[in-house]
Design a protein around this ligand. Structure first.
Ligand code: NI
Length: 391
């Protein structure tokens, strides 16, 4: 049996929660209203325990199975934060806040995990414990890490962790996953080149940071083409180059900023080492110096083999056929802070089709409510299959 029938009765209610979250988006760690509503609903469902304030505004819920919770503990995660964008969908439930909108569908992820919680609290057709993770700040704030720093994994004895993200362009009812690297590590750099300013007509009396910076930008291209293993992807993009103020002045400094995306720890380290070495060497060759701020952000989001195979099997049941689950989707060079959980515990992150909608992070995007029964069924079946009730 694919989608769980009982969810049809919940569909309108879950949709209403989703649209309420959508209308009231909150960015990064500011998910106060959303977290309060999540905690309130979890309380109404009569789950065993609700803790707020984990990782600032994160919420953790616990549901114990028929046997009182003995045995395995599996965590399911939803993200709650919105993006700093102004919505243009014109929908009835469009964001009421200028400069904030749910353009990544985290409103849908949160509502689907709530629907899952309601069903599991009512049926408890499993042995063991389910931990529900509602996290803030997925969009660049490392909310996952903040919750882990507050003891998430050990405090709730989490043994495995699963997450889901909607994917525009893939039909509703289909899934995609892969074992190993799924999403890239997302590091950033800011480099200030300190030269010597002066008159543009007397360049020999200056150290021109624009020329030095240009060579650095060019040099970076050879890290990806000549140092990286060809089959291990990497992207280095310089996205900001700031220098100068007038046509006749050679400036004192130039600033370069950019991002580094990699799919393995090895290549991630390589890029950092080569970038620093190249900046220092090029600056030295020209008599300039550099201040390098290299920021390591999200690690590689890498699915574990056995949980991935298990997740794909559950997805195929929900979708009604193995042909509806792509188990070899190409990795994405975008980032996802679910990576932190997967560095610490076995688990898997899966994509679920959002249908023919606008792309993620686009102001015309909206989560597709038709995905709700599939997302909830995936989580519920995953729990009931991984921890079957003995009686
Ligand atoms: Ni997202």
């Amino acid at each position: 049996m694919p989608v769980i029938n009982r969810l049809a009765e919940f569909h309108d209610e879950i949709t209403a929660w989703r649209r309420d979250f959508h209308e009231n988006p909150e960015i990064l760690y500011e998910t106060h209203r959303t977290a309060a509503r999540v905690a309130e609903l979890l309380g109404e469902f009569g789950i065993d325990d609700v803790t707020t304030g984990i990782g600032q505004t994160g919420v953790v819920g616990v549901i114990k199975g028929k046997n009182g919770g003995e045995g395995k503990t599996i965590a399911l995660r939803a993200d709650m934060d919105a993006l700093p964008l102004t919505e243009i969908t014109g929908k009835e439930w469009a964001s009421k806040t200028d400069g904030a909108m749910h353009a990544c569908g985290h409103d849908g992820h949160t509502a689907m995990l709530l629907g899952t919680a309601k069903y599991l609290a009512e049926t408890r057709n499993f042995d063991g414990t389910v931990v529900l993770i509602f996290q803030p700040a997925e969009e660049g704030g490392a909310g996952a890490k903040a919750m882990m720093d507050d003891g998430l994994m050990d405090r709730w004895n989490i043994e495995e962790v699963y997450g889901l993200h909607n994917m525009p362009g893939m039909p509703v009812g289909e899934f995609a996953i892969r074992s190993g690297p799924l999403m890239a590590a997302t590091d950033e750099f800011e480099i200030t080149i300190n030269g010597l300013g002066g008159h543009a007509a007397q360049p020999h009396q200056t150290v021109d940071p624009i020329v030095v910076g240009s060579q650095i930008v060019t040099g970076f291209q050879s890290i990806v083409s000549r140092n990286r293993k060809p089959l291990d992807s990497a992207v280095i993009s310089v996205t900001v180059f700031e220098a100068g103020s007038a046509f006749n002045i050679i400036p004192e400094t130039a600033t370069l900023r950019g991002t580094v995306r990699t799919l393995s720890t090895e290549t991630r380290e390589l890029c950092e080492v080569r970038i620093k070495k190249m900046v220092e060497s090029i600056c030295e060759a020209h008599g300039a110096t550099a201040d390098i701020n290299y920021m390591k952000n999200y690690p590689v989001c890498s699915n574990h083999a056995a949980p991935t195979a298990f997740a794909a099997k559950i997805a195929a049941e929900v979708a009604g056929g193995e042909d509806k689950v792509n188990t070899e989707i190409e990795p994405s060079m975008g980032g996802e802070d679910f990576a932190y959980y997967l560095e610490d515990r076995p688990g898997a992150f899966i994509f679920a089709g959002n249908g023919d909608t606008a792309k993620l992070h686009n102001p015309a995007y909206d989560f597709n409510d038709e995905l709700i029964p599939y997302g909830c069924s995936y989580f519920i079946k995953l729990v009931e299959t991984a921890m079957p009730a003995s009686a």
